[in-house]
Write a protein that binds this ligand. Structure first.
Ligand SMILES: *Cc1c(COP(=O)(O)O)cnc(C)c1O
Length: 384
């Protein structure tokens, strides 16, 4: 049967550039501004980027050495399925290899989950509003109904509101914890209750991109008890605490049967050979990791205190960023963002999340945090 290759009756393809309706209506992901962009725009020598929650310590020295040593492998394809990396990730979390799937960033895994689970026009996907935009973008691109339950006004999770949108056609529920952009992190008992409340055919995907910054994983993550939840998948990434954002490496831990389906349809070499080597090296560099978590926790406390002292409303965060409302700045979030840019400091406006009066700043190293707070102080002082 090849009938699905035909254009539907009454809609012949008008041109060789005609695209699916989901593509016409697609709004691309809004990334944080890049350093080069701002350096060129304002003619600045030095830029501080606190926009994309990258690692404030840069790349681990062990990873840098590994990449130099393994550079000669660039001409080779990685081994399909990345078995060595998968085994290292599985060992890191104490789970079976059969549960683990690595991808070209967790973005790829999110896209795969939607396409493998949800039938367009039949199933739906549920998340909070606002949420990490990739869930919405990839779901809509797949032609699948995307439903969102508003967060509570303090950015905590309204579980009943979420459950009210779930029905027997819900293929996936996405929950981000700690949440992006707020940093909110619910107690693990809430997730346990949610996992048990969902209909049996629904997959709960908990995106834990920032979980290692929370300080107490047992209190917030179900990952260590994943064997008790047949409907649970957990996503993690090497982009944040492991400092590999540019190499693109993320992974999911899934029910075994689903991991197998995802593995079969994934593009064979989406995790490249250097990302694979870097990922394995990053897992061994426990010193860098511990230092990252220490610097982040300290910096987060310093930024929270500093912004609060400057009259901003700061939302409590368990991640490596803070969301805040600059109430003391005339012109609000937009003006503060622009003024910081002119001074060479890039943070993240949250307009694309539907939150125009809020900003998100990533925790930087101590010098970057101090420079950021000093600049905000000057902008606040000039506002009066
Ligand atoms: C940064 C982030 C990710 C990680 O994305 P990668 O594709 O692994 O770089 C996933 N989910 C959320 C909510 C994030 O903020």
């Amino acid at each position: 049967m090849r009938t699905d290759n035909r254009a539907p009756a009454g809609s012949p393809l008008a041109s060789p550039c005609a695209v699916r309706p989901e593509v016409c209506g697609f709004t691309p992901y809004t990334p944080g501004l890049s350093i080069d962009e701002i350096r060129d725009r304002y003619g600045l020598a030095q830029i501080i980027k606190l926009a994309s929650n990258e690692n404030p310590l840069g790349t681990s020295p062990v990873v840098r050495q590994t990449l130099r040593r393994k550079a000669d492998l660039a001409f080779r394809y990685a081994q399909s399925g990345n078995p060595r990396l998968t085994a290292a990730i599985a060992a890191h979390h104490g789970v079976s290899d059969l549960r683990v799937l690595a991808g070209n960033g967790s973005d790829e895994i999110i896209d795969l989950i939607v396409r493998v689970r949800a039938v367009p026009g039949v199933h739906n996907v549920v998340a909070f509003r606002p949420c990490f935009s990739i869930y919405a973008l990839q779901t809509r691109l797949a032609g699948v109904d995307f439903r969102q339950a508003p967060l509570a006004t303090d950015f905590s999770f309204d579980w009943n509101g979420l459950l009210a949108l779930v029905d027997d056609a819900t293929a996936v529920v996405f929950v981000t914890t700690p949440d992006n952009p707020s940093g909110f992190c619910p107690p693990v008992a809430d997730l346990e209750r949610l996992a048990r409340a969902l209909p049996p055919g629904c997959l709960l995907v908990v995106d834990e991109a920032y979980m290692d910054f929370c300080g107490d994983e047992a209190a917030h993550s179900l990952l260590s008890r994943i064997d008790a939840f047949p409907n649970l998948a957990v996503l993690r990434t090497f982009s944040k605490s492991f400092g590999l954002a540019g190499l693109r490496l993320g992974y999911g831990i899934f029910p075994v049967q689903l991991a197998d389906s995802l593995r079969r349809v994934r593009l064979p070499f989406s995790v490249n050979i250097l990302a694979e080597e870097a990922g394995m090296a990053a897992l061994t560099d426990t010193v860098f990791r511990a230092e990252t978590l220490r610097v982040t926790a300290q910096g987060r406390a310093a930024l929270h205190a500093g912004l609060t002292a400057l009259g901003c409303h700061v939302f409590p965060s368990k991640a490596n960023f803070l969301m805040f409302r600059p109430v003391s700045v005339s012109g609000g979030a937009e003006r503060l963002f622009d003024e910081l840019l002119r001074r060479g400091i890039i943070i993240r406006p949250l307009k694309s999340y539907g939150l125009p009066d809020l900003l998100r700043v990533s925790v930087g190293n101590p010098d970057e945090n101090a420079a950021f707070l000093k600049a905000v102080g000057e902008i606040v002082a000039h506002a009066g």
